[in-house]
Ligand binder design. Structure first.
Ligand code: 5GP
Ligand code: MG
Length: 179
């Protein structure tokens, strides 16, 4: 696979479409088993998770719902920063089994700040499924229940993930080229 250029940066192939799809298929099998009879609500975090969510949800064979929220993270003066809900939940999640779908966990800040808000809505359970897990980058405690692929602490694009808004429309995932 050739490298790609997005704006000023070059990215090298890192995870093939086949690898990504295989890992998603494995996750779907696991979720179909774990959530049988529970009518889970898959809660996808926009924007980055939209392709992951679509490909995963197509392989969910049990009764299930999907919904979307958009969280924006701002660097404030405090070290923890702020996470605001740009598009919120439009359904009642009380007593529902929720599976959060995230494209990538980096510092953990976004989910660490959002989870208490979700807990306030009294869901029956909340678990987190991520496509990519930058384990070494974690700074805010978040328990990841389902993780497809562990990756090093390097910037990646493609398959929903962007660089300055671009690059989401790649079937594979690319890593920032080191100089
Ligand atoms: P966290 O709150 O865990 O630090 O970061 C979560 C969000 O940051 C992800 O959902 C994603 O939007 C963005 N992010 C983190 N690492 C990367 C990366 O390597 N590439 C891209 N494109 N986005 C990332
Ligand atoms: Mg994201």
């Amino acid at each position: 696979m050739p490298s790609i250029k997005i704006l000023d940066k070059e990215f090298v192939p890192y995870l093939s479409e086949q690898t990504i799809q295989e890992k998603i298929a494995e996750l779907a099998i696991q979720l179909n088993k774990d959530y049988e009879g529970k009518k889970p609500l898959f809660l996808s975090i926009l924007n980055g998770s939209f392709l992951f969510t679509a490909d995963l949800f197509k392989q969910i064979t049990i009764e299930a719902e999907v919904s979307f929220i958009k969280l924006a993270s701002y660097k404030g003066t405090s070290s923890t920063g702020n996470v605001i809900t740009a598009i919120g939940l439009d359904i009642n999640v009380k007593d529902r089994h929720i599976v959060i779908l995230e494209d990538i966990i980096d510092t953990g800040k976004t989910l660490h700040h959002y989870l208490p808000q979700l807990a306030n809505m009294q869901p029956a359970s909340v678990k987190i499924a991520v496509l990519l897990n930058k384990k070494e980058a974690l700074q805010f405690p978040v328990d990841i229940d389902y993780s497809c692929i562990d990756i090093p602490n390097k910037f990646v694009v493609g398959y929903g993930l962007d660089y300055d808004g671009l690059g989401r429309n790649n079937k594979a995932i690319y890593q920032l080229k080191e100089d």
